[in-house]
Each structure stands twice: as C-alpha cells, then as structure tokens.
Design a protein around this ligand. Sequence first.
Ligand SMILES: *[C@@H]1O[C@H](CO)[C@@H](O)[C@H](O)[C@H]1NC(C)=O
Ligand SMILES: *[C@@H]1O[C@H](CO)[C@@H](O)[C@H](O)[C@H]1NC(C)=O
Length: 517
Amino acid sequence: MKIFLALVSLVVTFHNANSAKILGVFSMPSRSHHRLGSSLMKGLAEQGHDVTIITPYIEKDLPKKGSYRQIALTGFEEAHEVRRKEMKMFEMEDQNIFLLLPFFLNLLHEMTEVALNHTNVQNLLNSGEKFDAVIVEQFMNEAHKGFATHFDAPLILLSTIGANIWVNMLVANPAPTAYVPDALLSYSSQMTFWQRLTNTAFQVYSHVLYHWFAFPGQAKLYSRYFPNSPPFYDTLYNASIVLLNSHPSLNQAVPYVPNMIDIGGFHVQTTKKLPQDLQKFLDESKEGVIYFSMGSNLRSSELPAEKRDAFLNTFAKLKLKILWKWEEDVLPGQPKNVKLGKWLPQQEILAHPNVKLFITHGGLLSTTETIYHGVPVLVIPVAADQKLNSHRIVNEGFGLALGYKEISEKALTQKINELLNNPRYTNNAKQRSKLFHDRLVGPMETAVYWVEYVIRHGGAPHLKVAGVDLPWYKYMLVDVGLFILTTLVFSLYVFCKIAKSIFSLCSKPKVQKLKRF
Ligand SMILES: *[C@@H]1O[C@H](CO)[C@@H](O)[C@H](O)[C@H]1NC(C)=O
Ligand SMILES: *[C@@H]1O[C@H](CO)[C@@H](O)[C@H](O)[C@H]1NC(C)=O
C-alpha cells in the first residue's frame, strides 16, 4: 500500500512538474501585446504544458507539443479598430500626458470589464476547471488578478513594457525619480532639474490617480466578477513573480526586487522562413535595403500627404531598395526602388544581411528585434514609450531620431545618409546585439523556468520584499521623518532656552564692561 501511495504521489509530482495547466489572460486588443502574450504561452506549450489563453486574436499556427486552447474575445479587434481611428494616432504627440492618463485609465477600466463579462470568459469561469498557474498581462486591468484567486492558482504577471510604475507599485520596487523617468514622459535617464521636478510631480500625480481612482474602480469589478474571492487589496499585491519584457541591453539599467525577472527578447523567433518573393527581393538587392514600418497601430498609409511625399522624394533619390509596410493597395507616386507589403514578416526581414537600415516608430518590439539582429535605426517616435526608446537608441549610438513634426525631404535625406555612410551606427548596433545575446540562458528558457518554479512551489512568497506590506507612509519613512523633525525642533527649542538663560547670566557684566570704554 505504501509503495502504491508513493507511486501515486510520484506520478502526481511528475504530472505537476511536466504538464501543468496554465491560464494566460491577455485581453489587450493590440497586435504587439498579443505577440508577447501568445509567444510566452506557446513557449510553455512547447514544453509540454496544457495551456489556455484568453485573447482577442485567434491563431492557426499552433505549437507542436503540449496543448494550446484559445478562448476568443470576439469583437475586441473590431472595437479597437474603431477606437484607433478616432484617436488619430499621429496627433498623439501633442497630448498633455497629465490629461491623457485619466482618459487611458477610464478606457482600460471599461476594457477590463468587457473582457470579464464576455460570454466565453464567463463560460470558462463557470466551468469548474482548475489551473496550476495564472499569467495575467499587467496593463491597468487589476481586476483580472481575480482569475488567479478564482482558480486557486499562483498569480504571475507579464509586463509587456518592462518595469514601470504599474509594476513597481505592486512589488514595492524602488524607482528613484532622480534617474528613472516615467515611461510616459519623453525623458532620458539624464534629466535636467525641471525634468526631475516634472518626473517627481508626475509620479505623485500617478500614485494619487491609481490609488484613489483606478484601484477603487477595479476593486468594484473584482468583487462583482469574483464574488467569493479574498479582499481585492490582498490579491492586488500577491503576484508571485513579474516577468518583464526588458533587458539591460535594451532598457535603462534600473533596480529590481527579487521577484522581477527580465525576459526581454523571448518573443523573437528565428526559425521561420521568408516568403519566396521577399527572399528573392532581399537576396537580389546587393546595394542594400531600407526597411520602413511604423508598427501595427500607427499606419504609414494614414500619414498626411505632405509627410508621405517627403518619404517618397527621399526614397526616389536613393540607390538602395526600400521595403515599405504600406497598408493599402496603391501608393500614389511609388518610386521604382520601393516595394510595398501590407503585412511584412519583420523579424525575418531584419535578419537578412542586405537590410542596412530600419525606419521605425521605436515601439518596444521593433526596438528589441532591431537590437536582436544588430540593424541601425532611424526612429520617428510618436506616442506611448516610443520617445523613451528613441532617447536610448540615440544615447547608445545605434540610431538617430527624427521628430514627427520635423519630417521633411531635407531632414530625412540628411539623417538617412549619415546613418548609411557613417559606420559608427552599424558597429554600435552590432555591439548592442552581442550584449543582448550574451546571457547565461536564453530569455524564453528563463521565462519557462520561472513559471515552472512558481508552479513547483505553489507560489513564491519568499521572493517578496517586505515593503509590499507596508502602508505608504511607513514605506516612505514619513513617520520616521516626522519624528526626527519634531525631535530636532524640540531639541533646538530646549537648546535655545538653555543658551538664552546662560547667555543672560554671563553677558550682562560684559556689556557693562564694554560700555565703560
Ligand atoms: C454583460 O453581458 C450581458 C450579456 O452577455 C449583457 O446583457 C450585460 O449588459 C453586460 N454587462 C455589462 C456591464 O457590460
Ligand atoms: C496569494 O498567493 C498565494 C500563492 O499562490 C495563495 O496561496 C494565496 O491564496 C494568495 N492570496 C490572495 C489573497 O490572493
């Protein structure tokens, strides 16, 4: 009997370690977010795990091993397309970030609820299924942490934009405003006095908004959709680990608490082949190719005519070929050396040795992929974290930046020529690429290891710093500061009193002496 039980427990342990049931919640209707979420979940499936993903995008290209079930957030993509058009992405540059933040928080609150209330999600919640771990994208969707409590599984977060205030708050990670600029401000890590002031003010402002406005809203959703769960604020700070889409070769070096794990680059795949026509085009372009793409949210087909013409005129003068991600059938005035594609396999293109330059909006995925392949860039940042990325690209010397408003034939020609003719940029890009690849283990292996680690140990509370459990005034040492200040003031007062009485005792005769002269 004992042997039998031992065998059963062995089988059970074996099962737990080798094929766990993992739920991934990635409800952001954005292609780049989806790429990251699905890459992680597919990587886990490839290790033999039984994976379920809640996603707006259904894919056909599934992992060969494990299992990969997709729970469709139908209607999300269409709703996102409507919002994207309304937002006029190219005009985002001028928006005041202090005003934009509440707008975004409202939008994300709405999206959090729509995902929770989706019929397919409701069916999963009511299915009585169990999971061994729940991975949630951290994107101001705090109520989604309830999936972990609902399924009684450890909570793992994936931050698609690396360490930022949203993550730092939850794991008590220090991010001194003296040298860590907020991801939404367009500062580099070397800030002027006024920038440090704005950075600090924005940090305080963000904390107030999150704690008094966003979290209470999310708490309501949490208790509405997960009625039998522990209190919201206990779950909020209960992530076992946070996986970060970042790496010091890509991002500024910043402090991390022990449960923050860098996995930047985990989504890069190098096994796929280029489609035949592209392979032929790139192989035959011995003079070199410039790849031009503004990502999936900013569409170059939505550029105003005057900006578009600046690109066209610049490209027409170049000896190189251009591969342009252009989302429509025709490009008016398309020069002979320009090839168009509505959708282009970016990673495979950047991997081709004839690609000499990448013109990009500087999104994190594009930045990661260009570093992976060591291709220099001309970055045209518009919104979100793109300006932050562009500062780093310029500082690290593997590219040049051009403001959206500064786009003109003259500026483009000058920057492109500098990038193509000065070997410094390509050399720096190759150097960055080496730093990126030089790791103990690859980023996907790291991610898989840590997810399995959390599953093996049923959570990882020992990795948490105690700061997570402190109220803000203790964390900021406000009480200690006040105590020191009070003591100082009081001692000074007592000291003055004593000094005064001593002074009055011994000074009177002196004054009289002085007067005699
Ligand atoms: C939730 O979904 C149901 C139908 O699926 C709908 O009737 C209801 O209005 C939705 N609630 C919210 C708050 O969106
Ligand atoms: C926190 O996580 C641990 C480990 O997964 C779990 O046992 C516990 O129930 C969670 N607590 C809350 C309040 O979510």
